[in-house]
Design a protein around this ligand. Structure first.
Ligand SMILES: Cc1ncc(COP(=O)(O)O)c(C=O)c1O
Length: 402
């Protein structure tokens, strides 16, 4: 496939050199079957690792490099069609942004102040941040924020406090802890969607618990870790709302999860607490120095293209498909759980490691999960369940024979 993104007569041709791509495009599961990629032997078949080491004193040829990249694309195609365990959205088309990859864009420093490095995309970044500020209900002059390298960097702006059990806070225990530590302020890192089980903490209940124990808004700080669910809940009916109007201090999400940014990135928005914080915010408010200038443009493009309605449809489809998988597993008598506002289906870890690897399942202890993202179709889920049953049967037969 050849993509000429900029007509050669265009006045900006020197600014945006033509990018030619002869890469295999992303395949559908049907197309993948058609070109017959053998997923079971992917290591030997498509990944010419042998040619990857950089050992030459002289540069390699374009032809060799193109063939290595083509091989790598075949590998990626096979994996992304069975990527069930991790919450990355693989459905996107950013071809229109390819010309921007000819530039190093760097957003070092505060996006609202800009910097003397003029090849930056802070104008796009500010638009993305304003969109999130509006979503989470905070006025423009009340916060500082920036596009991060991912959910984790956003979480570093909060402080972790011990919570109970696996994810969701047990508010009865929280109450007891608050009574025991009544003399100190409470700093809470609240999971809005736990990683493994997709348990959504009830923000309203946590705030109510704090208030009942006499913790007024100046005596608590809540950071919301909404890596995946922070951008899903606003589009699900009756789901708990994240809003700065409720008195939270900060929110972080990942940009490569629901929003489908090809580069790992995220958003953090932090309510300005005092003059001192404002003072720091007016200088370098970020953790990293150099920051990816392409990420805010990918985020901006993705959100602008889909709009609220597009995002809502995608989130609802993920939730419906997760419910479908949940039912299919239960019908097949495989114990599975699915939290109410969640797209994460949890079940007992399959015994065969080849199976978990083949479907890219994330496992912890004796449980595994499927995160139903936008690229996960009913067809994929059907073939997953079929194989799950087949492999479970053959593993148990092997165990019996021993
Ligand atoms: C609750 C939660 N927080 C943080 C992260 C990490 O996010 P990132 O990969 O963007 O650093 C994840 C990743 O799945 C997550 O589920």
């Amino acid at each position: 496939m050849t993509v000429n993104l900029i007509p050669s007569t265009h006045a900006t041709v020197e600014l945006f050199p033509t990018v030619v791509s002869n890469a295999i495009a992303k395949l559908s599961i049907e197309e993948e079957k058609h070109i017959d990629i053998d997923i079971d032997n992917i290591e030997e078949n498509t990944y010419s690792r042998i040619n990857l080491p950089i050992t030459y004193n002289i540069g390699d040829t374009q032809t060799n490099l193109a063939s290595l990249i083509s091989n790598y694309l075949r590998t990626l195609n096979s994996y992304y069609l069975r990527n069930l365990g991790y919450p990355t959205n693989q459905v996107f088309n950013y071809e229109a942004l390819v010309p921007l990859l000819n530039f190093h864009l760097n957003n070092a420093g505060d996006p609202f102040l800009g910097s003397s490095f003029s090849l930056n995309s802070t104008a796009f970044e500010v638009c993305v941040l304003d969109w999130f500020a509006n979503l989470w209900e905070i006025e423009n002059n009340e916060y500082w924020r920036y596009v991060t390298t991912g959910g984790t960097e956003g979480n570093l702006h909060g402080i972790l406090v011990r919570t109970l059990v696996l994810g969701e806070i047990d508010c009865v225990d929280l109450k007891a802890l608050l009574v025991a530590h009544n003399d100190k302020p409470a700093i809470i890192n609240l999971n809005i969607g736990t990683t493994m089980k997709g348990g959504v903490n009830d923000l309203d209940l946590v705030i109510q618990t704090l208030q009942e124990r006499g913790f007024t808004s100046d005596r608590f700080y809540i950071h919301c870790d909404g890596a995946l669910f922070g951008i899903m809940l606003p589009f699900i009916e009756r789901a708990p709302r994240i809003s700065f109007k409720k008195g939270i201090g900060s929110v972080a999400i990942s940009g490569h999860k629901i929003l489908g940014c090809p580069i790992p990135c995220g958003i953090v928005i932090i309510k300005a607490l005092s003059r001192d914080v404002e003072y720091i915010a007016s200088r370098d408010v970020t953790i990293t120095g150099s920051r990816c200038g392409h990420a805010p443009i990918f985020l901006w493009y993705g959100i602008k293209r889909k709009g609220i309605m597009g995002l809502k449809n995608e989130v609802q489809k993920c939730i419906m498909n997760a419910r479908y998988l949940h039912h299919r597993l239960r019908d097949a008598e495989i114990g599975a759980i699915l939290n109410e506002f969640s797209n994460i289906v949890v079940f007992e870890k399959p015994l065969d490691e080849n199976f978990t690897r083949r479907w890219n399942l994330a496992c912890t202890g004796n449980i595994a999960h499927v995160v139903v993202m936008q690229h996960v179709t009913i067809e994929m889920l059907d073939s997953f369940v079929r194989e799950f049953l087949r492999w479970t049967l053959s593993t148990s037969m092997r165990c019996k024979r021993r």
